[in-house]
Design a protein around this ligand. Structure first.
Ligand SMILES: Cc1ncc(COP(=O)(O)O)c(C=O)c1O
Length: 414
Protein backbone atom coordinates (compact mmCIF):
# COMPACT_ATOMS: atom_id res chain seq x y z
CA UNK A 1 0.00 0.00 0.00
CA UNK A 2 1.23 3.45 -0.90
CA UNK A 3 0.91 5.96 1.90
CA UNK A 4 2.17 9.47 2.39
CA UNK A 5 4.48 10.09 5.35
CA UNK A 6 4.59 13.55 6.90
CA UNK A 7 7.90 15.40 7.17
CA UNK A 8 9.25 15.20 10.73
CA UNK A 9 9.54 18.96 11.15
CA UNK A 10 7.00 19.81 13.82
CA UNK A 11 4.01 20.42 11.54
CA UNK A 12 1.08 22.10 13.28
CA UNK A 13 -2.42 23.11 12.27
CA UNK A 14 -3.01 26.86 11.88
CA UNK A 15 -4.35 28.25 15.17
CA UNK A 16 -8.00 29.30 15.56
CA UNK A 17 -8.54 32.62 13.79
CA UNK A 18 -5.28 32.28 11.83
CA UNK A 19 -6.60 29.69 9.40
CA UNK A 20 -7.04 30.67 5.77
CA UNK A 21 -10.60 30.03 4.50
CA UNK A 22 -9.14 27.90 1.70
CA UNK A 23 -7.94 24.65 3.24
CA UNK A 24 -5.43 24.04 0.44
CA UNK A 25 -3.68 27.17 1.72
CA UNK A 26 -4.34 26.63 5.44
CA UNK A 27 -3.06 23.03 5.51
CA UNK A 28 -0.49 23.34 2.73
CA UNK A 29 2.25 21.97 4.99
CA UNK A 30 0.41 18.62 4.80
CA UNK A 31 0.42 18.49 0.98
CA UNK A 32 3.05 16.59 -0.97
CA UNK A 33 2.64 19.13 -3.80
CA UNK A 34 3.76 21.88 -1.39
CA UNK A 35 6.91 20.02 -0.39
CA UNK A 36 7.61 19.15 -4.03
CA UNK A 37 7.24 22.83 -4.89
CA UNK A 38 9.63 23.98 -2.13
CA UNK A 39 12.15 21.27 -3.04
CA UNK A 40 12.03 22.54 -6.62
CA UNK A 41 12.88 26.08 -5.54
CA UNK A 42 9.42 27.63 -5.30
CA UNK A 43 8.83 29.96 -2.36
CA UNK A 44 6.02 29.55 0.16
CA UNK A 45 4.43 32.76 -1.18
CA UNK A 46 4.59 31.48 -4.77
CA UNK A 47 2.87 28.22 -3.77
CA UNK A 48 0.11 30.17 -2.00
CA UNK A 49 -0.26 32.32 -5.11
CA UNK A 50 -0.49 29.17 -7.27
CA UNK A 51 -3.28 27.76 -5.06
CA UNK A 52 -5.17 31.07 -5.17
CA UNK A 53 -4.88 31.23 -8.95
CA UNK A 54 -6.22 27.70 -9.31
CA UNK A 55 -8.97 28.31 -6.76
CA UNK A 56 -10.08 31.43 -8.67
CA UNK A 57 -10.15 29.39 -11.89
CA UNK A 58 -12.34 26.80 -10.12
CA UNK A 59 -14.62 29.64 -8.97
CA UNK A 60 -14.92 30.91 -12.54
CA UNK A 61 -16.03 27.45 -13.68
CA UNK A 62 -18.28 26.50 -10.74
CA UNK A 63 -19.40 29.80 -9.21
CA UNK A 64 -17.24 29.47 -6.08
CA UNK A 65 -13.95 28.03 -4.95
CA UNK A 66 -12.92 25.97 -1.94
CA UNK A 67 -13.70 27.17 1.56
CA UNK A 68 -14.14 25.39 4.89
CA UNK A 69 -17.48 23.54 4.86
CA UNK A 70 -19.83 23.88 7.84
CA UNK A 71 -19.84 21.56 10.86
CA UNK A 72 -22.79 21.89 13.23
CA UNK A 73 -24.78 19.87 15.73
CA UNK A 74 -28.11 18.97 14.16
CA UNK A 75 -30.72 19.21 16.90
CA UNK A 76 -33.31 17.69 14.55
CA UNK A 77 -31.21 14.59 13.82
CA UNK A 78 -29.96 14.34 17.42
CA UNK A 79 -33.54 14.46 18.70
CA UNK A 80 -34.90 12.03 16.10
CA UNK A 81 -32.22 9.46 16.98
CA UNK A 82 -32.73 9.84 20.75
CA UNK A 83 -29.44 11.58 21.66
CA UNK A 84 -29.12 13.65 24.81
CA UNK A 85 -26.47 16.25 25.84
CA UNK A 86 -23.50 16.13 25.74
CA UNK A 87 -24.11 13.62 22.95
CA UNK A 88 -25.58 14.26 19.54
CA UNK A 89 -25.12 14.22 15.79
CA UNK A 90 -22.79 16.73 14.15
CA UNK A 91 -23.02 17.10 10.38
CA UNK A 92 -20.09 18.13 8.20
CA UNK A 93 -22.01 19.50 5.24
CA UNK A 94 -20.26 19.03 1.88
CA UNK A 95 -23.36 19.63 -0.24
CA UNK A 96 -22.27 23.21 -0.96
CA UNK A 97 -18.69 22.25 -1.83
CA UNK A 98 -17.25 22.69 -5.33
CA UNK A 99 -19.31 20.61 -7.83
CA UNK A 100 -21.72 19.69 -5.02
CA UNK A 101 -19.68 17.06 -3.20
CA UNK A 102 -16.49 16.28 -1.30
CA UNK A 103 -15.05 14.64 -4.45
CA UNK A 104 -13.66 17.94 -5.70
CA UNK A 105 -11.25 17.97 -2.74
CA UNK A 106 -9.53 14.81 -4.01
CA UNK A 107 -9.10 16.30 -7.48
CA UNK A 108 -7.96 19.72 -6.31
CA UNK A 109 -5.14 17.86 -4.53
CA UNK A 110 -4.17 16.15 -7.80
CA UNK A 111 -4.56 19.38 -9.81
CA UNK A 112 -2.10 21.12 -7.48
CA UNK A 113 0.48 18.48 -8.39
CA UNK A 114 -0.12 19.13 -12.08
CA UNK A 115 0.25 22.88 -11.58
CA UNK A 116 3.40 22.52 -9.50
CA UNK A 117 4.87 20.15 -12.08
CA UNK A 118 4.05 22.73 -14.78
CA UNK A 119 5.56 25.60 -12.80
CA UNK A 120 8.78 23.63 -12.16
CA UNK A 121 9.08 22.65 -15.83
CA UNK A 122 8.47 18.98 -15.03
CA UNK A 123 5.21 18.55 -16.97
CA UNK A 124 5.22 17.35 -20.56
CA UNK A 125 5.71 20.21 -23.02
CA UNK A 126 3.35 20.64 -25.95
CA UNK A 127 0.15 18.63 -25.93
CA UNK A 128 -0.95 17.67 -22.44
CA UNK A 129 -1.77 14.02 -21.71
CA UNK A 130 -5.48 13.29 -21.27
CA UNK A 131 -6.86 13.07 -17.76
CA UNK A 132 -9.21 10.12 -17.31
CA UNK A 133 -11.91 9.11 -14.83
CA UNK A 134 -14.60 6.42 -14.67
CA UNK A 135 -17.77 7.79 -13.07
CA UNK A 136 -21.22 9.06 -13.92
CA UNK A 137 -21.80 10.98 -10.73
CA UNK A 138 -20.06 13.26 -8.29
CA UNK A 139 -16.52 12.20 -9.17
CA UNK A 140 -17.12 12.90 -12.86
CA UNK A 141 -18.61 16.32 -12.16
CA UNK A 142 -15.77 17.22 -9.81
CA UNK A 143 -13.25 16.04 -12.41
CA UNK A 144 -15.04 18.10 -15.07
CA UNK A 145 -14.89 21.29 -13.01
CA UNK A 146 -11.29 20.92 -11.83
CA UNK A 147 -9.97 19.77 -15.23
CA UNK A 148 -11.66 22.77 -16.87
CA UNK A 149 -10.05 25.03 -14.25
CA UNK A 150 -6.54 23.70 -14.98
CA UNK A 151 -7.24 23.52 -18.73
CA UNK A 152 -6.31 19.85 -19.21
CA UNK A 153 -8.31 17.56 -21.54
CA UNK A 154 -10.58 15.09 -19.70
CA UNK A 155 -12.08 11.80 -20.87
CA UNK A 156 -14.93 10.38 -18.76
CA UNK A 157 -15.96 6.71 -18.97
CA UNK A 158 -19.64 6.35 -18.12
CA UNK A 159 -22.01 3.35 -18.07
CA UNK A 160 -24.97 2.94 -20.40
CA UNK A 161 -27.92 4.87 -18.91
CA UNK A 162 -25.81 7.55 -17.21
CA UNK A 163 -27.86 10.50 -16.01
CA UNK A 164 -28.58 12.90 -18.93
CA UNK A 165 -28.23 16.04 -16.81
CA UNK A 166 -24.79 14.98 -15.59
CA UNK A 167 -23.61 14.02 -19.08
CA UNK A 168 -24.85 17.39 -20.44
CA UNK A 169 -22.96 19.28 -17.74
CA UNK A 170 -19.79 17.27 -18.45
CA UNK A 171 -20.02 18.10 -22.14
CA UNK A 172 -20.56 21.78 -21.25
CA UNK A 173 -17.37 21.57 -19.17
CA UNK A 174 -15.51 20.34 -22.23
CA UNK A 175 -15.12 16.67 -21.22
CA UNK A 176 -15.17 13.86 -23.77
CA UNK A 177 -17.71 11.16 -22.86
CA UNK A 178 -17.12 7.47 -23.59
CA UNK A 179 -20.10 5.17 -22.94
CA UNK A 180 -19.07 1.65 -21.82
CA UNK A 181 -21.36 -1.38 -22.10
CA UNK A 182 -21.32 -4.19 -19.59
CA UNK A 183 -20.32 -7.34 -21.50
CA UNK A 184 -22.22 -10.53 -20.72
CA UNK A 185 -20.25 -12.75 -18.37
CA UNK A 186 -17.46 -10.18 -17.87
CA UNK A 187 -16.64 -9.50 -14.25
CA UNK A 188 -15.96 -5.99 -12.95
CA UNK A 189 -17.27 -2.51 -13.71
CA UNK A 190 -16.93 -1.91 -17.49
CA UNK A 191 -16.15 1.79 -17.04
CA UNK A 192 -13.34 0.93 -14.65
CA UNK A 193 -11.93 -1.67 -17.04
CA UNK A 194 -11.96 0.90 -19.87
CA UNK A 195 -10.26 3.41 -17.59
CA UNK A 196 -7.47 0.91 -16.80
CA UNK A 197 -6.92 0.36 -20.53
CA UNK A 198 -6.78 4.13 -21.07
CA UNK A 199 -4.19 4.52 -18.32
CA UNK A 200 -2.09 1.82 -20.02
CA UNK A 201 -2.19 4.03 -23.12
CA UNK A 202 -0.68 6.94 -21.19
CA UNK A 203 -3.64 8.87 -19.77
CA UNK A 204 -3.30 10.27 -16.24
CA UNK A 205 -5.67 8.99 -13.54
CA UNK A 206 -7.84 11.93 -12.51
CA UNK A 207 -9.81 9.73 -10.19
CA UNK A 208 -11.03 9.78 -6.63
CA UNK A 209 -9.50 6.36 -5.96
CA UNK A 210 -6.24 6.09 -4.10
CA UNK A 211 -5.18 2.85 -5.79
CA UNK A 212 -4.96 4.57 -9.19
CA UNK A 213 -3.63 7.90 -8.00
CA UNK A 214 -2.38 7.97 -4.42
CA UNK A 215 -2.18 11.76 -4.62
CA UNK A 216 -6.01 11.90 -4.61
CA UNK A 217 -6.02 10.88 -0.96
CA UNK A 218 -4.32 13.94 0.48
CA UNK A 219 -6.74 16.38 -1.19
CA UNK A 220 -9.54 14.46 0.53
CA UNK A 221 -7.68 14.77 3.81
CA UNK A 222 -8.53 18.48 3.96
CA UNK A 223 -12.01 17.35 5.04
CA UNK A 224 -10.52 15.57 8.06
CA UNK A 225 -8.19 18.45 8.93
CA UNK A 226 -11.10 20.90 8.86
CA UNK A 227 -13.13 18.56 11.05
CA UNK A 228 -10.35 18.32 13.65
CA UNK A 229 -9.87 22.12 13.70
CA UNK A 230 -13.62 22.75 13.95
CA UNK A 231 -14.03 20.30 16.84
CA UNK A 232 -11.04 21.85 18.63
CA UNK A 233 -12.50 25.33 18.07
CA UNK A 234 -15.63 24.26 19.95
CA UNK A 235 -13.71 22.29 22.59
CA UNK A 236 -15.43 19.05 21.56
CA UNK A 237 -14.15 15.49 21.60
CA UNK A 238 -15.56 12.93 19.19
CA UNK A 239 -16.64 9.35 19.91
CA UNK A 240 -17.68 8.09 16.45
CA UNK A 241 -17.23 8.97 12.79
CA UNK A 242 -19.62 7.20 10.42
CA UNK A 243 -18.61 7.24 6.74
CA UNK A 244 -20.40 5.91 3.65
CA UNK A 245 -18.04 3.91 1.44
CA UNK A 246 -17.97 3.27 -2.29
CA UNK A 247 -14.44 3.09 -3.66
CA UNK A 248 -13.11 3.90 -0.19
CA UNK A 249 -11.07 7.07 -0.85
CA UNK A 250 -13.28 9.23 1.35
CA UNK A 251 -12.97 6.94 4.38
CA UNK A 252 -9.27 6.40 3.68
CA UNK A 253 -8.63 10.16 3.51
CA UNK A 254 -10.56 10.84 6.71
CA UNK A 255 -8.82 8.03 8.59
CA UNK A 256 -5.40 9.23 7.44
CA UNK A 257 -6.16 12.86 8.34
CA UNK A 258 -7.40 11.97 11.82
CA UNK A 259 -4.47 9.62 12.36
CA UNK A 260 -2.01 12.37 11.39
CA UNK A 261 -3.78 14.94 13.56
CA UNK A 262 -3.60 12.50 16.46
CA UNK A 263 0.09 11.78 15.82
CA UNK A 264 1.05 15.46 15.91
CA UNK A 265 -1.07 16.18 18.98
CA UNK A 266 -3.87 18.14 17.29
CA UNK A 267 -6.48 15.50 18.17
CA UNK A 268 -6.64 14.03 21.68
CA UNK A 269 -8.23 10.67 20.97
CA UNK A 270 -9.27 8.91 17.80
CA UNK A 271 -12.99 8.30 17.30
CA UNK A 272 -14.26 4.88 16.30
CA UNK A 273 -14.38 4.93 12.52
CA UNK A 274 -17.39 3.02 11.15
CA UNK A 275 -18.17 2.47 7.49
CA UNK A 276 -21.51 2.10 5.72
CA UNK A 277 -22.36 0.09 2.61
CA UNK A 278 -25.66 -1.10 1.17
CA UNK A 279 -27.12 -4.60 1.43
CA UNK A 280 -26.88 -4.63 -2.39
CA UNK A 281 -23.05 -4.54 -2.38
CA UNK A 282 -20.72 -4.66 0.60
CA UNK A 283 -17.28 -5.81 -0.54
CA UNK A 284 -15.57 -3.84 2.24
CA UNK A 285 -17.58 -5.58 4.94
CA UNK A 286 -16.70 -8.93 3.33
CA UNK A 287 -12.99 -8.04 3.34
CA UNK A 288 -13.14 -6.78 6.95
CA UNK A 289 -14.79 -10.05 8.07
CA UNK A 290 -12.05 -12.09 6.40
CA UNK A 291 -9.24 -10.03 7.94
CA UNK A 292 -10.98 -10.10 11.33
CA UNK A 293 -11.20 -13.89 11.03
CA UNK A 294 -7.39 -14.10 10.85
CA UNK A 295 -6.95 -12.09 14.06
CA UNK A 296 -6.95 -13.59 17.52
CA UNK A 297 -6.81 -10.23 19.30
CA UNK A 298 -7.36 -7.08 17.20
CA UNK A 299 -6.19 -4.90 20.09
CA UNK A 300 -2.72 -6.48 19.79
CA UNK A 301 -1.02 -3.87 17.55
CA UNK A 302 1.84 -6.17 16.51
CA UNK A 303 -0.52 -8.97 15.48
CA UNK A 304 -2.75 -6.50 13.61
CA UNK A 305 0.23 -5.07 11.70
CA UNK A 306 1.39 -8.60 10.80
CA UNK A 307 -2.03 -9.76 9.57
CA UNK A 308 -2.60 -6.56 7.55
CA UNK A 309 0.83 -6.81 5.93
CA UNK A 310 0.09 -10.39 4.98
CA UNK A 311 -3.42 -9.50 3.69
CA UNK A 312 -1.89 -6.79 1.49
CA UNK A 313 0.03 -9.53 -0.35
CA UNK A 314 -3.09 -11.68 -0.81
CA UNK A 315 -5.51 -9.02 -2.10
CA UNK A 316 -7.65 -11.40 -4.15
CA UNK A 317 -8.55 -13.41 -1.05
CA UNK A 318 -10.12 -10.32 0.51
CA UNK A 319 -11.30 -8.06 -2.29
CA UNK A 320 -12.89 -8.99 -5.60
CA UNK A 321 -15.73 -7.53 -7.67
CA UNK A 322 -19.22 -8.00 -6.23
CA UNK A 323 -20.79 -10.86 -8.14
CA UNK A 324 -24.15 -9.33 -9.03
CA UNK A 325 -24.94 -5.91 -10.46
CA UNK A 326 -26.16 -3.98 -7.42
CA UNK A 327 -29.03 -1.49 -7.23
CA UNK A 328 -29.77 0.97 -4.43
CA UNK A 329 -31.04 4.49 -3.82
CA UNK A 330 -27.50 5.17 -2.60
CA UNK A 331 -26.18 4.70 -6.12
CA UNK A 332 -22.90 6.53 -5.49
CA UNK A 333 -21.62 3.83 -3.13
CA UNK A 334 -22.32 0.84 -5.36
CA UNK A 335 -18.69 0.37 -6.47
CA UNK A 336 -18.27 -3.34 -6.99
CA UNK A 337 -14.83 -3.20 -5.35
CA UNK A 338 -13.66 -1.04 -2.46
CA UNK A 339 -10.41 -0.01 -4.10
CA UNK A 340 -8.91 1.57 -0.96
CA UNK A 341 -10.06 -1.35 1.21
CA UNK A 342 -6.86 -2.06 3.13
CA UNK A 343 -6.43 1.42 4.62
CA UNK A 344 -10.10 1.46 5.61
CA UNK A 345 -10.07 -2.03 7.14
CA UNK A 346 -7.00 -0.97 9.11
CA UNK A 347 -8.73 2.20 10.34
CA UNK A 348 -11.76 0.22 11.57
CA UNK A 349 -9.65 -2.40 13.32
CA UNK A 350 -7.34 0.16 14.92
CA UNK A 351 -10.17 2.34 16.24
CA UNK A 352 -12.69 -0.39 17.14
CA UNK A 353 -15.16 0.69 14.45
CA UNK A 354 -17.42 -1.62 12.46
CA UNK A 355 -18.50 -2.06 8.84
CA UNK A 356 -22.27 -1.51 8.83
CA UNK A 357 -24.51 -2.89 6.07
CA UNK A 358 -27.86 -1.12 5.67
CA UNK A 359 -31.00 -2.10 3.79
CA UNK A 360 -33.00 0.11 1.43
CA UNK A 361 -35.66 1.00 4.02
CA UNK A 362 -33.01 2.51 6.31
CA UNK A 363 -31.38 4.38 3.41
CA UNK A 364 -34.70 5.84 2.26
CA UNK A 365 -35.67 6.89 5.80
CA UNK A 366 -32.24 8.44 6.41
CA UNK A 367 -32.52 10.39 3.16
CA UNK A 368 -35.94 11.76 4.18
CA UNK A 369 -34.70 12.59 7.67
CA UNK A 370 -31.61 14.37 6.33
CA UNK A 371 -33.84 16.53 4.17
CA UNK A 372 -36.30 17.15 7.03
CA UNK A 373 -33.30 18.37 9.04
CA UNK A 374 -32.72 21.02 6.36
CA UNK A 375 -29.95 19.52 4.22
CA UNK A 376 -30.23 19.29 0.42
CA UNK A 377 -28.46 15.95 0.65
CA UNK A 378 -28.66 12.97 -1.73
CA UNK A 379 -29.43 9.39 -0.68
CA UNK A 380 -25.74 8.54 -1.11
CA UNK A 381 -24.69 11.59 0.86
CA UNK A 382 -26.94 10.67 3.79
CA UNK A 383 -26.08 6.95 3.84
CA UNK A 384 -23.93 7.52 6.93
CA UNK A 385 -27.09 8.50 8.79
CA UNK A 386 -28.65 5.16 7.84
CA UNK A 387 -25.55 3.47 9.23
CA UNK A 388 -25.79 5.45 12.45
CA UNK A 389 -29.42 4.35 12.90
CA UNK A 390 -28.22 0.74 12.55
CA UNK A 391 -25.35 1.27 15.02
CA UNK A 392 -27.79 2.70 17.56
CA UNK A 393 -30.19 -0.22 17.00
CA UNK A 394 -27.44 -2.75 17.83
CA UNK A 395 -26.24 -0.76 20.85
CA UNK A 396 -22.86 0.25 19.38
CA UNK A 397 -23.54 3.99 19.90
CA UNK A 398 -24.91 5.38 23.17
CA UNK A 399 -27.27 8.42 23.40
CA UNK A 400 -24.72 10.53 25.29
CA UNK A 401 -21.95 10.02 22.72
CA UNK A 402 -20.89 12.43 19.99
CA UNK A 403 -21.07 11.34 16.38
CA UNK A 404 -19.99 13.07 13.19
CA UNK A 405 -21.69 12.32 9.87
CA UNK A 406 -20.47 13.53 6.51
CA UNK A 407 -23.28 14.73 4.24
CA UNK A 408 -21.13 14.33 1.18
CA UNK A 409 -23.28 15.10 -1.86
CA UNK A 410 -26.06 17.39 -2.95
CA UNK A 411 -29.45 16.14 -4.18
CA UNK A 412 -29.58 16.74 -7.94
CA UNK A 413 -32.81 17.13 -9.85
CA UNK A 414 -33.36 14.44 -12.48
C1 LIG B 1 -21.96 11.70 -2.29
C2 LIG B 1 -20.96 10.62 -2.12
N1 LIG B 1 -20.61 10.24 -0.88
C3 LIG B 1 -19.73 9.26 -0.65
C4 LIG B 1 -19.14 8.59 -1.70
C5 LIG B 1 -18.18 7.49 -1.40
O1 LIG B 1 -16.86 7.90 -1.61
P1 LIG B 1 -15.74 6.82 -1.94
O2 LIG B 1 -16.04 6.29 -3.31
O3 LIG B 1 -14.48 7.56 -1.87
O4 LIG B 1 -15.86 5.74 -0.91
C6 LIG B 1 -19.46 8.94 -3.01
C7 LIG B 1 -18.84 8.26 -4.15
O5 LIG B 1 -19.23 8.40 -5.28
C8 LIG B 1 -20.39 9.99 -3.23
O6 LIG B 1 -20.75 10.38 -4.47
Amino acid sequence: MLSRVLPPDGLRFPGAGAADPCSFVAYRGFLHSYHRALAGGMSDAAFVELVRRLDSAVARVDGHGFSVTPLERSDVLSGALGFSEPGGVWVKDETGNVAGSHKSRHLMGVALHLEVAGALGLAPRGERPTLAVASCGNAALAAGVVAAAVGWPLRVFVPVGADDGIVRRLVELGAEIVVCERRNGASGDPTYLRLLAELDEGALAFTCQGNLNGLAIEGGETLGYELVSQLAGEGLTLDHLVVQVGGGALASSCAQALGEAHAIGELGGLPRIHTVQTAAAHPLERAWRRVRGELVDPSDAAELARVLASAAKRRSMFMWPWETEPRSVAEGILDDETYDWLAVVRAMLETGGEPVVVDEARLVRAHELGQEAGYAVSATGSAGLAGLAELIAVGAVAPTERVVLLFTGIERGR
